[in-house]
Design a protein around this ligand. Structure first.
Ligand SMILES: O=P(O)(O)OC[C@H]1O[C@H](O)[C@H](O)[C@@H](O)[C@@H]1O
Length: 442
C-alpha cells in the first residue's frame, strides 16, 4: 500500500493543520460518497474500481487481444483526459521507450493531442507500412484536435484496408448517448466503449478511456483495477490517519499559508507523463475563481541541474510532493576503476539505486532548508497494482481538495474561452460577429 509522509512539511505547517480541517474533510468525504456536493453528478469515479462494468471490461480485454494480434501499431487519438492517463500508465508501468523496447505487441502512438502538422506527419510516416488500428477517444465527441486527427487517420486506414476492413480496425470510446463521435460510431458500426456519464475526462483513466490502450500495451488491467480498489477501500474511510485526508489537508494548509505552486517530483523518467496527468487532474479541478496551487512537475535528478537552482533559492512560492518508488526493477553495480581519475572509487561496488536514494535524501533536506516544504508519497513499485493505487490516491485527494477550496471540483468552464476564439477565427458558422471583433484586435 502507499505511504504518505508529512514530516518534512511539518516545520512549515501550523500545529492544527490537520485537526482544524477534519470536519471539512469529513464533509468533503460525504459529498464524494453521495454526490451531494457541487458538481456531484460527476462523482462516478469514486466507486468505479469496485463498480465498473464487468461485461465491458471483458470486451476491452478481448479487443486488446485482437489488436495485439492483428496490429503492429495502435494510433490512440484523444486529448486531455482522453489522452494523458493512458500515456501516463503505459510509460510508468512499461517505459517511455515502450515503442522501442516491447516487440510482442503493437507500438502505441498518441495523436490528436495537439494541432502540430509535423507531429502528425511523423506518426503517419511511422505507421504507414505497418498493420495498424485506431482507438479514437472523446467523451464529448466534439473536441477539435482529436476530431481533426480522426478524419485524417480514418481516411488513411480506409485507403489502406478499404472501408469494410477499416471499420473493424476502429475502436471508438465516447459518451453512451450523445456527441458526433457516438453518431459516427453507430453509423459506421465501430466497436464502441463508453465514458460513463458520471465520470469527467480527467477522472476517466480507469474507464475504457485508459484501459483499452493500456491493455494494448500489455499492462495487466486486472491488477491496475485491483490496486485502485484497494486504495478506494482504504481512502474512502474517514479518519485522520487516512493518507488522502492528510495530503489534501497539508496542501490546503500550505496554500492558506501563502504557497502558490505545488511541484510534483519524480525520480524516474517513466514518471514524466504521470506528472502531466496529475497536472490536468489538479489544474482543471482546482484552478478557478482565482484560487489554487499551480500544479507543476519536474524530473530529478535531471532537473536538479536546471530548475534546481530556482527551487533552492528563487521566490519561496512552492511546496514539493515527491513520489518515490521503493524498488528499482533491476540492479546496476558501479564498477571499480584502477585509475580512479574521476575519483568515484568510493562508490565502486555500490548499486546505482543506492546513489539515487542518497541524492533524493540530500535533495529533500536541502530543499527543506531552502524553505520548500516536502510531502512524500511512497509506492511499492511501478507495477500495475501500485500504479492503480497511486492513480486513485491522487484522484480521491484531488476531489477532497476541491471541496476544501470551496469550488466545483468537476467543471472546467475556463477551457471554453480559447475554444470560442479559435472557432470564431476559423470561421465556424454562428461565430461571424465574434470573428470580426477578434480580427480587429489582432
Ligand atoms: O474527451 P473530450 O470530450 O474530447 O475532452 C478532452 C479534454 O478537452 C477539454 O477541453 C477539457 O478541458 C478536458 O477536461 C477534456 O479532458
Amino acid at each position: 500500500m502507499l505511504k504518505f509522509d508529512t514530516s518534512n512539511a511539518v516545520p512549515f505547517l501550523p500545529e492544527n493543520w490537520l485537526t482544524s480541517r477534519l470536519d471539512a474533510l469529513d464533509s468533503a468525504r460525504v459529498k464524494l460518497e453521495n454526490g451531494s456536493g457541487l458538481g456531484g453528478d460527476y462523482t462516478g469515479w469514486v466507486h468505479l474500481p469496485r463498480d465498473y462494468d464487468k461485461e465491458e471490461f471483458a470486451r476491452i480485454q478481448a479487443a486488446a487481444e485482437r489488436i495485439r494480434k492483428d496490429s503492429q501499431a495502435l494510433v490512440v487519438i484523444g486529448i486531455g483526459g482522453s489522452y494523458l492517463g493512458a500515456r501516463a500508465v503505459v510509460e510508468l508501468v512499461n517505459s517511455p521507450n515502450f515503442n522501442l523496447t516491447h516487440k510482442n505487441g503493437p507500438a502505441i502512438y498518441f495523436a490528436g493531442n495537439g494541432l502540430s502538422t509535423d507531429a502528425m506527419l511523423e506518426v503517419i510516416d511511422l505507421i504507414k507500412d505497418k498493420d495498424w488500428s485506431i482507438n479514437v477517444i472523446s467523451k464529448s465527441g466534439t473536441t477539435t484536435e482529436p476530431a481533426v486527427a480522426f478524419r485524417i487517420f480514418k481516411n488513411l486506414l480506409e485507403e489502406k484496408y478499404g472501408k469494410e476492413e477499416a471499420r473493424k480496425r476502429i475502436y471508438a470510446t465516447t459518451d453512451a448517448h450523445k456527441g458526433a463521435l457516438k453518431g459516427l460510431a453507430d453509423a459506421e458500426g465501430y466497436e464502441e466503449f463508453v465514458v460513463p456519464d458520471a465520470v469527467g475526462g480527467r477522472y476517466s483513466v480507469l474507464t475504457a478511456v485508459g484501459l483499452l490502450p493500456i491493455a494494448c500495451a500489455g499492462v495487466d488491467i486486472v491488477e491496475l483495477m485491483a490496486g485502485a480498489e484497494e486504495a478506494m477501500t482504504a481512502l474512502t474511510a474517514p479518519g485522520q490517519d487516512n493518507p488522502a485526508w492528510q495530503y489534501a489537508a497539508a496542501r490546503h494548509a500550505l496554500y492558506t499559508a501563502g504557497k502558490k505552486v505545488e511541484i510534483l517530483v519524480g525520480y524516474e523518467p517513466s514518471f514524466r507523463f504521470f506528472g502531466e496527468w496529475w497536472k490536468q487532474l489538479f489544474g482543471e479541478t482546482e484552478g478557478k475563481e482565482g484560487k489554487a496551487l499551480f500544479p507543476a512537475s519536474v524530473e530529478f535528478t535531471a532537473d536538479l541541474h536546471s530548475m534546481g537552482q530556482y527551487i533552492q533559492q528563487g521566490e519561496r512560492l512552492m511546496l514539493e510532493t515527491v513520489v518515490r518508488f521503493e524498488k528499482s526493477r533491476g540492479s546496476m553495480e558501479i564498477p571499480h576503476d584502477p585509475d580512479n581519475v574521476d575519483g568515484l572509487n568510493f562508490l565502486a561496488g555500490k548499486d546505482l539505486s543506492f546513489v539515487a536514494e542518497q541524492a533524493m535524501r540530500g535533495t529533500l533536506l536541502a530543499h527543506v532548508d531552502g524553505g520548500v516544504p516536502n510531502l512524500m508519497v511512497t509506492a511499492p513499485g511501478r507495477d500495475a497494482r501500485s500504479v492503480g493505487a497511486l492513480i486513485y490516491f491522487f484522484e480521491y485527494a484531488c476531489g477532497l481538495s476541491g471541496y476544501l477550496l470551496e469550488i466545483n471540483p468537476f467543471d472546467q468552464p475556463g477551457v471554453e474561452a480559447y475554444k470560442n476564439n479559435m472557432y470564431a477565427l476559423l470561421g465556424k458558422p454562428g461565430y461571424e460577429d465574434k470573428k470580426a471583433e477578434l480580427e480587429a484586435r489582432l
